[in-house]
Design a protein around this ligand. Structure first.
Ligand SMILES: [Zn+2]
Ligand SMILES: [Zn+2]
Length: 99
């Protein structure tokens, strides 16, 4: 998964988790008040609805948050590389470090 800047809310692509092809809605890897930052810095993915919200192990439903935690770590690393930031600098924008 890579950074996607200037993302649209839907994209025809393959789900990064299961490979299912279709028109998938975006997911902001950093949610709530960080949604805008996710868009600005490119922390956007396009999972299928199954992996996004339907399945018990989906990003939004899994009580153990396996996918959610993975995405936050992965995209924090990508953004830090892209912006040439330390974890502290990341946390100034995204409120905390997930590493
Ligand atoms: Zn999927
Ligand atoms: Zn989502």
């Amino acid at each position: 998964m890579k950074l996607i800047k200037n993302a649209q809310n839907k994209l025809e692509t393959e789900c990064p988790f299961c490979g299912r092809h279709g028109v998938h809605a975006w997911h902001h890897c950093f949610g709530s008040s960080d949604k805008k930052h996710s868009e600005t810095y490119g922390a956007i993915i396009y999972p299928c609805t199954f992996c996004h919200t339907w399945d018990s192990k989906s990003i939004h439903k899994d009580p153990n948050q396996v996918k959610n935690k993975y995405l936050k770590e992965h995209f924090q690393q990508l953004i830090m590389e892209d912006q040439n930031w330390t974890a502290e600098e990341f946390a100034k924008v995204f409120r905390k470090s997930y590493l």
